[in-house]
Write a protein that binds this ligand. Structure first.
Ligand code: PEP
Ligand code: MN
Length: 363
């Protein structure tokens, strides 16, 4: 196999990398030359896709499923790039795969969820990247562990890669849920806060694992100010060799993208800004008051702690806490607060209260 040496100019790639929203699509797996070329040309024809993705090596959770076409698929991608002018991205999990992908002019590499979990594998990929100037996207690890995700980013950055982006593809959780991988949005948001200058794109395909809720997840990501989407597409989704249930045709993808309400983080419209400033001001006031009240609440907890200490009574009184929670659920519901939020809020307040009382008991 000969690499033809086709490469998008660096400027073009840079422009794509900086485009917002950045839309990446293509099959879960490259299967045949025809499938790759037809998918890419149909995607290009929509005019809505910036980069083509395809899995060449597929890390499967269980053996026996399609494990990828391997290196022989890389020239197909190169051809797809030549036909469409769109840059190409593939998943890499070993040093050899990095070398092969770069040899065939792959423009952007991504590290998959099953690789991000393993520091040895990430380090091997990072070592192969040393001295190479290629953008790298890093998916969240399968398990909800921000340190592993951060560690992968650090390893790749230490190898000298300057352009790193993040892909949120959801987290594996035991048992059947609505999603194939629970989004746990708060973790991705926390990761975004830790890396404010890094692009964060959302992967509705692997979060949903099915077609019917892709659009909802994509919309939610855009509402949360994600920088783009990576969505799997296939010319004949039901017959895909991997992830058939979640893939959609390029044309369906275009419809879906048309249906999304694109939002901007900021606007220059004056009235909007003034209105927003006023509302934010109100929120700041309320937040200040809440803090004051919480401080007062803890002072009362301290007093109770002193009484409990003097009378030799345990800190934790389950019945009392259950009564408080029951009251809170009823009140919360009337005020439009979800049970989930009320539970989390009360748990946090309770813990803080226990810590305060603990300090007093032991002083
Ligand atoms: C993929 O993108 O095809 C893939 C294998 O995804 P993930 O690493 O998120 O499971
Ligand atoms: Mn897939």
């Amino acid at each position: 196999m000969e690499a033809t040496g086709i490469k998008n100019t660096k400027d073009n790639l840079q422009a794509v990398w900086n485009k917002r929203p950045l839309i990446i699509s293509g099959p879960c797996s490259a299967e045949t030359e025809e499938q790759v070329l037809e998918t890419a040309t149909r995607l290009a024809k929509t005019g809505k896709v910036d980069m083509v993705r395809a899995g060449i090596w597929k890390p499967r959770t269980r053996p026996g499923s399609f494990e990828g076409i391997g290196t022989k698929g890389l020239p197909w991608l190169q051809q797809a790039k030549k036909l469409t002018g769109l840059p190409i991205t593939v998943e890499v999990a070993t040093g050899k795969q990095v070398e092969d992908a770069l040899h065939f002019g792959v423009d952007v590499l991504w590290i998959g969820a099953r690789t991000t979990v393993n520091p040895f594998s990430v380090q091997e990929v990072a070592d192969a990247l040393r001295g190479v100037d290629v953008p790298v996207l890093i998916k969240n690890p399968i398990n909800p562990d921000l340190e592993l995700w951060t560690g992968a980013v650090e390893r790749v950055a230490k190898a000298g890669i300057r352009q790193i982006g993040l892909i949120h593809r959801g987290f594996s959780s035991y048992g059947n849920t609505e999603y194939r991988n629970a989004p746990m949005w708060h973790l991705a948001i926390e990761m975004k806060l830790r890396n404010p200058d890094m692009m964060m794109i959302n992967d509705p395909s692997h979060i949903c694992g099915r077609r019917d809720i892709l659009a909802d997840v994509a919309q939610k990501a855009i509402d949360l100010d994600y920088d783009g989407l990576i969505i799997e597409s296939h010319i004949d989704p039901d017959k895909a060799w991997s992830d058939a249930k979640q893939q959609i045709t390029p044309e369906r993808l275009a419809e879906m993208l048309d249906g999304i309400k694109w939002r901007h983080e900021t606007t220059t419209a004056k009235e909007f800004i003034t209105a927003l400033e006023k509302l934010r001001e109100q929120i700041n006031h309320i937040d200040d008051e809440l803090m004051q009240l919480l401080g007062q609440r803890m002072k009362i907890a301290d007093k109770i702690g002193t009484y409990k200490k003097d009378n030799n009574i345990t800190i934790l009184q389950t019945n009392r806490w259950n009564t408080i929670l029951e009251r809170a659920f009823v009140k919360g519901e009337k005020l439009g607060l979800s049970k989930d939020f009320v539970t989390k809020y009360y748990d946090a307040v309770h813990m803080e209260s226990i810590n305060h009382q603990n300090k007093i008991m032991n002083s």
